[in-house]
Design a protein around this ligand. Structure first.
Ligand code: G6P
Length: 606
């Protein structure tokens, strides 16, 4: 997730406006930033790694000349944060500058093709192929607009881009597919931006571009076309009434709710995995003598789910260990063939770093699943796979959990296929279902949010709750309970449902909320017994299940119906109602879910 901005004006210099707009997009990424402007037929660029203010102090963005320019704030996906990898990116001639948010999937192919044609690349980014492609199409006397259109027809993946050229310095070309982009219509000024907050001080009149649309902006006009056909599209202008603070949260009252709603996008981006790194992970796992997962907090719950995934699908045993406990459980690596998979959103959690270092020093191969590119864990690990959730601001992890699960299920599926534990049909089914997951998660949110909000009014008055599941749903139950305790401050206990009769059931009295995570998998018949045990003691039964599961539905006071998915994928849609439940319960109790007491987003002490 990155932020882009473009401004063209008749009212003088735009560099300061570009910088201030980028500041308002910094929540979308903050590892590097840059601005390009045009004056006197020359493109000027200032960019570097670091936060916008830091770079500004060093380079003074405001001194860039010209009344047209583009800017970018980066959240690295390809290549470490560095000056070379920061946007804008230029073509060989230095006459075309591009900023991009998204992922170009076929960039390696395109890079090779373009290199053969004599193009020189200066960064490791996927984005850099775009200015070179445009440069290539401009050679056949096309207009800038047509060259951009042709270039975009060649790229696969997602993009929101803004392009300027010193040869046609009177326009900005922008376009989108899957990444957000809107146009702002000002007074003799035109804008394009990833999000509304960027342009709110200048205009409230916007046009939202749809997928596969591109626009040519001049200070006083906007022309929108379809990228595929080149046809002109007429679109309505929308008036935005949000305050700047509301706009930063995308109109949501809290970042946590915004991030819950962002999950379809985050999962879709994560599915665009680095295939080579995925294959390395799978090979290391398949040849390992011993497999450890280590993580903390929510990431530990993803690790626990992964342990079930590997066992059920690939027939592989593993250990999921809480990072701070690893040292006391790790027997060393006598065979020299162990692998440790460290999972961390931030890549900075001290406990996870320490565990990984201990393993590494013992000769274990360390694989990392991380959201923040360039973080400490990525530097320590032998190989890294990235979740592409974008920056997560809410302290309680939401979109980073479902994206971790997405990657882990891809790893398990590929390992199971390669060691022959699943046939091609099942492998195809898993991949098809993963590709449908963004839509399914969106449907879950749309269908269930109001019902969960009503349920939260009741839960807000409870002092305790049990979250119970069996098999992989134990991980979902633990994560649901963690969300409830960390932001709504209700004592919520996640437990394996089968184990609940060995102690926890003693707490149950009439009205005690028991939330069962009960998808229709191999544990379903056993969990029916656990539901009736709790019901017999007067518990209030809330079930998350699928529509075919009559036996649990008929025993429930409330049933939340979720889509039927492959058993190893169920934690992804099933956690969403539990995230929403914790969120609405916290709000109902008058707490700020974005700032839970005593907690930090990234815990860098042991
Ligand atoms: C903190 C956060 C949790 C997070 C945990 C692990 O406790 O409050 O939300 O799950 O750290 O963080 P990591 O960045 O390693 O995933």
């Amino acid at each position: 997730m990155c932020g882009i901005i473009g401004i063209i004006s008749t009212n003088g210099n735009v560099s300061r406006m570009l910088r201030e707009s980028l500041k308002r997009l910094e929540y979308r990424g903050y590892d590097s930033a840059g601005i390009a402007t045009i004056a006197n037929g020359i493109i000027f660029v200032k960019k570097d790694k670091g936060k916008i203010d830091e770079i500004h102090r060093m380079l003074n963005f405001d001194s860039l000349p010209g009344n047209i320019g583009i800017g970018h704030t980066r959240w690295a996906t390809h290549g470490q944060p560095s000056r070379e990898n920061a946007h804008p990116h230029l073509d060989c001639s230095g006459m075309i500058a591009v900023v991009h948010n998204g992922i170009i999937e076929n960039y390696l192919e395109l890079r090779e093709e373009l290199s053969k044609l004599g193009h020189t690349f200066r960064s490791e980014t996927d984005t850099e192929v775009i200015p070179h492609l445009i440069e290539e199409f401009l050679k056949s006397n096309k207009s800038l607009e047509e060259a951009v259109r042709q270039a975009l027809l060649k790229v696969k993946g997602s993009f929101a881009i803004a392009v300027i050229s010193s040869k046609e310095p009177d326009k900005i070309i922008c376009a989108r597919k899957e990444s957000p982009l809107l146009i702002g219509i000002g007074n003799s000024q035109m804008f394009c931006a990833s999000d509304i907050p960027a342009i709110l001080p200048y205009t409230r009149n916007i046009i939202v571009l749809d997928d596969m649309e591109m626009a040519v902006l001049t200070p006083n006009s906007v022309t929108i076309r379809r990228i595929d056909t080149g046809e002109i599209v007429n679109k309505d202008i929308i008036q935005v009434s949000w305050s700047p603070e509301e706009a930063e949260k995308g109109g949501f009252p809290h970042f946590m709710l915004k991030e819950i709603h962002e999950q379809p996008r985050a999962i879709r981006d994560t599915l665009r995995v680095d295939e080579k790194a995925l294959e390395i992970f799978v090979q290391k796992i398949l040849t390992a003598d011993k497999i450890y997962f280590v993580a903390a907090g929510t990431s530990y719950h993803a690790a626990l789910a992964a342990k079930y995934m590997l066992a059920k699908l690939a027939g592989l045993g593993s250990d999921a260990i809480i990072a701070s406990e690893f040292e006391e459980q790790f027997p060393g690596d006598s065979s020299g063939d162990s692998v440790l998979i460290a999972i961390s959103q931030s890549g900075e959690t001290a406990d996870t770093l320490v565990a990984s270092r201990i393993a590494k020093n013992a000769g274990v191969c360390v694989l990392a699943i991380v959201n923040v590119v360039g973080s400490s864990l990525t530097r320590l690990a032998d190989h890294v796979l990235y979740t592409r959730a974008g920056p997560e601001i809410g302290v309680a992890a939401t979109k980073t959990f479902t994206t971790q699960l997405t990657l882990l299920s891809m790893i398990a599926a590929k390992a199971a296929r390669e060691n022959g534990m699943i046939d091609l049909d099942e492998y195809i089914r898993l991949n098809t279902e993963l590709n449908e997951m963004p839509r399914k998660v969106r449907d879950v949110i749309e269908r269930i949010e109001i019902k969960v909000k009503q349920l939260s009014k009741h839960l807000a008055n409870c002092r305790n709750a049990f979250y119970l599941g069996r098999g992989i749903s134990t991980a979902t139950a633990l994560e649901g309970a963690l969300k409830m305790k960390e932001i709504a401050y209700i004592h919520a206990e996640g437990y394996p449902a089968g184990e609940s009769k060995h102690g926890p059931i003693a707490l149950v009295e009439p009205g005690f909320p028991c939330i069962f995570v009960a998808p229709p998998d191999s544990t379903y018949h056993s969990i029916i017994g656990n539901v009736t045990e709790m019901k017999a003691r007067g518990a209030e039964i809330i079930v998350l299940t699928s529509k075919s599961c009559d036996d649990v539905i008929k025993n429930a006071n409330t049933a939340l119906i979720l889509p039927e998915v492959h058993p190893i994928l169920s934690p992804i849609p099933y956690i969403v109602p539990l995230q929403l439940l914790a969120y609405y319960t916290a709000v109902e109790r008058g707490y700020d879910p974005d700032r839970p007491r005593n907690l930090a987003k990234s815990v860098t002490v042991q």
